[in-house]
Design a protein around this ligand. Structure first.
Ligand code: ATP
Length: 723
């Protein structure tokens, strides 16, 4: 499967980590005297720290209940007649009345109800199915696919730009449409913002047959017809974008932000390790016995103290063990795998061999989104600074030849998105024989029905060492049970499971507020909140790419400097948007779930869920863009009782686990929408994967000498109950 090529028809189960409060005991661990031990990250006795919410400066926002807008969306129905822009037939959408501020949400004709997908990423890639009955959203996908390949007109901007067919279907923004439309599209900024004139530009679409637009330097059109889209590697249209090289000066390489006031409180988080023969945790970087260069780099990065996931994971990886590690967002998982891998490589004296036709990396790191893999690459480059180890990043939306040129200069650590990786392997540009380390960051995402097939493909390529002969490391903040079971296929049976805090739990450094806001009141509420926030950096999550464009444009019209990131933006635009947000030029970033996972952006003080995501895990990742590395942050979510009730139960669980206020109205909804345990409501509202799932099938655990719990987990492969 090619880059930007995706099996769009695959369903993703609605994964959930929730167990109702009244069922909690049934599933809870540790405290109830089960066989797993929980150990505080400091390896000292767990102290009763202040509750999560006490860590925060109180905001100007009243609690959810007080602010809760009980608008249930009863405002007048909007008309279907567009006021601007051209439209295709079918479920046309547009900025109905948008320019004169009559743009309304929730129209039954589809716009606001389009599938919520975004991707390469496309965490909702498969949600489209359950929600909309079968289409895959179009995506700027690392992996998009034949099922998205129609020539439906594509909305490519905020002001019209519609083609024929089903302009408002999940299909209408697919990669192919974008690619093949640039001949016809006209580049026309939808809105240039308000304040500085360049804050936000949404691409204007052009109403050609295929609709859509792709930037001049990004796509070359092949004029291919329906269902003929191929990735570049497969001979499809070329992507011309070459990302700018990262800065080379040491200051930039080691630039970092400060740990926050709650960094030391990480030590009080309970940690569970399960599996056999658990190596003792380390308490300090010195105990890791890294070489001097690595220690220097760690110091230059401003790391003086290990985070819990690092304390436990580093010795496990150093001991050569496979690992599944789950720790809260922003708690340093990247270094937890990078540092020990680098330590091994340096111990083994690995040197990148330049200009070899076939590069044979020792380590492959895969992550679901382009921006995230780029971030991981920058971390790898930072920690390998001044060594012979060379990291390379390759990802979709960039010129294929550029990826190859990066590779041939030598590659020990290959950071890649799955689609581009598979393409590069298919082109025999890298050999897999030397792979000793395979890391899946955001592993639950990488193994779900979205990316899972590609990862399976990866580990099935001829030449790649079997799981017995490589070290496989899975990291995420969420690990639903079903994914944990799947993961057994990728890991040695002796793998260890590290759980820092509650698996799938939200970061306690984020003050969470849930407001009841109907769809027709959301924009007004958003503006009110953003005006209160002022210039503090804020990520606003919406469910669809189209909505991201609209909301960003709307905010710009409201004179709030805003940019946006989603899967229909060109890669160059995505990187520009992220850059503008990072540097504060645009303090508001409207994003789809493409930005929900992993992104580590300094000073993001607020996350606003304009739309709640369809799964609770996604919620946890989204709000985790703030409150990182001991810093505090705030998350405000608009809960629409017309569409979000399925999230009430898991939200109550996540809020109470994180010691947040739970609005009474939310509890009421949660109670009234109670799902019988065991009834699999598309994976929602069912069992909360509170621990290593092997625990559900095993006998006793023992306490190891380090005070870390060590379970006598049966070999999952041999365990009949495993499946
Ligand atoms: N020991 C440490 N000391 C200081 N800063 C650290 C330490 N470990 C990590 N950091 C910093 O904390 C931030 C968050 O780390 P990272 O992005 O690895 O979190 P994460 O757990 O992978 O989050 P997510 O679940 O959102 O992907 C980064 O800026 C990183 O450089």
């Amino acid at each position: 499967m090619g880059d930007e090529d995706w099996e769009a028809e695959i369903l993703r189960p609605h994964v959930s980590s929730y167990v109702p409060a009244f069922e909690k005991d049934k599933y809870s661990s540790g405290a109830n005297g089960d066989t797993f031990n929980r150990t505080s990250a400091s390896l000292s006795e767990m102290k009763d720290g202040p509750s999560g919410r006490d860590h925060f400066m109180r905001s100007g926002f009243p609690s959810g209940r007080n602010l809760g807008n009980r608008d249930t969306g009863k405002s007048s129905k909007r008309e279907n007649t567009p006021t601007t822009g051209g439209f295709g037939r079918g479920k046309s959408f547009g900025n109905r009345g948008f320019l004169n501020n009559k743009f309304e949400e929730g129209d039954s004709s589809g716009f606001w109800k389009e599938s919520n997908n975004d991707c390469e990423d496309n965490p909702t890639r498969s949600r489209g199915f359950s929600k909309r009955g079968g289409y895959q959203d179009g995506n700027d996908s690392e992996a998009s696919g034949p099922f998205r390949r129609g020539g439906r007109g594509s909305f490519r901007g905020c002001r019209g730009g519609f083609g024929l067919g089903r302009p408002n279907s999940e299909y209408d923004q697919d990669e192919e449409t974008q690619r093949s439309s640039s001949l016809f599209g006209s580049r026309r900024p939808a809105v240039s913002t308000a304040d500085n004139g360049n804050t936000y530009q949404s691409r204007g679409g052009s109403g050609s047959g295929r609709g859509g637009y792709k930037g001049l330097n990004e796509e070359i059109v092949t004029g291919s017809g329906k269902n003929s889209w191929k990735s570049e590697a497969e001979g499809g249209p070329k992507v011309m974008y070459i990302p700018p090289p990262p800065p080379e000066d040491e200051d930039s390489i080691f630039a970092h932000y400060q740990t926050g006031i709650n960094f030391d409180k990480y030590d009080t988080i309970l940690v569970e390790v399960s599996g056999h023969d658990v190596p003792p945790a380390i308490l300090t970087f010195e105990e890791a016995n890294f070489c001097q260069t690595l220690n220097n780099n760690i110091a230059k990065a401003g790391y003086t103290k290990l985070t819990p996931v690092q304390k436990y994971s580093i010795p496990i990886v150093l001991a050569g063990r496979d690992l599944m590690a789950c720790a809260q967002t922003g708690s340093g998982k990247t270094a937890a795998f990078l540092l020990p891998i680098l330590a091994h490589m340096m111990r083994d004296g690995i040197t990148a061999s330049r200009f070899k036709e076939l590069q044979e990396p020792e380590c492959i790191i895969v992550a679901p989104t382009r921006e995230l893999i780029n971030q991981i690459y920058l971390e790898a480059r930072k920690f390998s600074f001044g060594t012979c180890v060379r990291a390379v990043v390759i990802y979709g939306g960039t010129q294929f030849g550029h990826s190859i040129r990066q590779l041939v200069q030598g590659c020990n650590i290959l950071c890649a998105t799955p689609g581009r990786l598979i393409d590069i392997i298919g082109k025999e540009k890298i050999g897999l024989k030397q792979v000793k380390y395979l890391v899946l960051d955001e592993a639950d995402r990488m193994l779900d029905m979205g990316f899972g097939p590609e990862i399976k493909k990866l580990i099935s390529f001829p030449g790649i060492p079997s799981k017995e002969h490589r070290q496989t490391l899975l990291f995420s903040a969420t690990f639903p049970e079903e994914i944990q079971r799947l993961a057994g296929e990728f890991l040695k049976s002796s793998y260890l499971f590290v759980a820092v805090g509650q698996v799938g739990g939200a970061c306690r450094d984020v003050q969470q507020t849930i407001l009841q806001v109907g769809q027709y009141s959301k924009r007004e509420k958003l503006v009110e909140i953003l005006r209160n926030i002022g210039d503090e950096r804020t990520m606003v999550f919406v469910e669809t790419k189209k909505k991201a464009d609209f909301i960003a444009t709307f905010l710009c019209q409201e004179k709030i400097s805003t940019t946006s990131i989603h899967g229909d933006r060109e890669q160059r635009e995505r990187e520009q948007a992220l850059g503008d947000f990072r540097c504060g030029k645009c303090p508001v970033l409207v994003a789809t779930s493409v930005a929900a996972r992993g992104l580590d952006i300094e000073n993001v003080q607020h996350v606003i869920n304009f739309d709640l995501p369809s799964t609770i895990d996604e919620y946890v990742h989204r709000i985790g863009r703030t409150g990182r590395c001991g810093n505090t942050g705030r998350a405000i979510s608009f809960f629409d009782t017309e569409s979000d009730n399925h999230l009430a139960q898991p939200l109550v669980k996540v809020l109470s686990d994180a010691q947040q206020d739970v609005p009474a109205w939310l509890e009421e909804i949660a109670f009234s929408t109670y799902v019988t345990p065991g009834f699999n409501n598309s994976g929602r509202g069912t069992v909360f994967a509170s621990v290593d799932t092997r625990k559900n099938y095993q006998g006793k655990n023992t306490l190891n000498t380090a005070g870390i719990s060590s379970s006598q987990a049966p070999d999952p492969v041999d365990d009949e109950s495993w499946d």
